[in-house]
Design a protein around this ligand. Structure first.
Ligand code: MTE
Length: 306
């Protein structure tokens, strides 16, 4: 994010929904995917758009979602993750749960996924660089995992950590960030029903470049909060350090709520370019999810807690 300029966008000519719906029926008929593909209608998040502007939300083409990425462990260019993450091993995979919880353990991915039924959530993803996408994720509420591991009453935050494996992640051989990538949420944010752990998109397993096998998605926050390749959740009573906040504290705060009224020190956040579109759109407070999330920040000075 420090390297690329905002609005450095590829043109896209592929139509989105049609492609997805075709794919979807392909996936459904070929039996690769059960629940999500079978649901048929477009998911609720699209229908419950918060404004007319958002009602024109169209899905970002699969091609763009999976080739225009930020995943610095695989390089800092937008095309690097798709080019370099192909052979990344996502099995076996485990997630350590540590800190202020009653059931700390190293969980196999299969144990995490067995009791959950990934469902489809169409969310806007707004990158702090000034572009956005609309992505049909497959995922499950982070809350369901948190409730299973039983945080103690002292737990107030969750820290997330990405795998550290420079042999597999060439970007980690260079000191671009203080590896491993970490992120954090306040516990109420982590428990919010909009917050999901994604395991797929467009009815398919998550591509490596999008954060397989498990990545966070917090739709009212800038994209960098959506940490990929998660191997650890640590529950704490102190606000955790985050990779981007450590790298540039004046630019990337802990909260990172999408806020068109608080500019990035080097560019405005008032507008965004939807990937595949030419004209820029107005950025909405909390990325358009204010009705659901604003109350968590009641009384907070969002300029100070950016
Ligand atoms: N997670 C890790 N581990 N490393 C990263 O570099 N980039 C973040 C976030 N998660 C990043 C990460 C940023 S800046 C964004 S905008 C989103 O992932 C991009 O997600 P996408 O490539 O699936 O669109």
């Amino acid at each position: 994010m420090l390297i690329r300029r905002p609005d450095d966008i590829p043109a896209s000519e592929i139509t989105d929904e049609r492609l997805y719906l075709n794919r979807r029926s392909f996936i459904a008929t070929s039996g690769l995917l059960g629940v999500a593909a079978a649901t048929g209608a477009l998911p609720g998040c699209l229908k419950a758009s918060p404004s007319d502007e958002q009602a024109s939300d169209k899905l970002t083409p699969y091609e763009d979602v999976t080739t225009y990425n930020n995943y610095y462990e695989f390089g800092t260019g937008k095309e690097d993750p798709a080019e370099n993450a192909g052979s990344f091993r996502t099995r076996p995979w485990s997630v350590a749960v540590e800190g202020l919880v009653r059931k700390p353990a190293v969980y196999n991915l299969e144990d995490i996924l067995r009791p959950v039924r990934p469902e489809e959530r169409v969310y806007r993803l707004r990158c702090v660089e000034g572009w956005s996408m609309v992505i049909p994720w497959l995922g499950f509420p982070l809350a369901s995992l948190i409730n299973r591991v039983e945080p103690t009453s002292q737990a107030r935050y969750v820290e997330f950590t990405t795998l550290h494996d420079p042999r597999q992640m060439p970007g980690q051989r260079r000191p671009v960030l203080d590896w491993p990538y970490t992120e954090g949420l306040r516990l109420d944010e982590a428990l919010h029903p909009l917050t999901i752990l994604a395991t797929g998109l467009y009815g398919r397993p998550l591509p490596n470049q999008n954060g397989a096998p498990l990545r966070l998605v917090v739709p009212w926050k800038y994209g960098f909060k959506s940490i990929k390749g998660i191997v650890k959740l640590r529950f704490t009573d102190r606000q955790p350090a985050t990779a981007w906040n450590k790298a540039a504290p004046a630019e990337y705060g802990f909260y990172s709520n999408v806020n068109p009224e608080v500019d990035h020190p080097r560019w405005s956040q008032a507008k965004e370019r939807r990937i595949g579109e030419f004209l820029r759109r107005r950025t909405l407070m909390f990325n358009g999810y204010g009705d659901q999330v604003a109350r968590m920040y009641a009384g907070m000075d969002l300029r100070r807690f950016y």
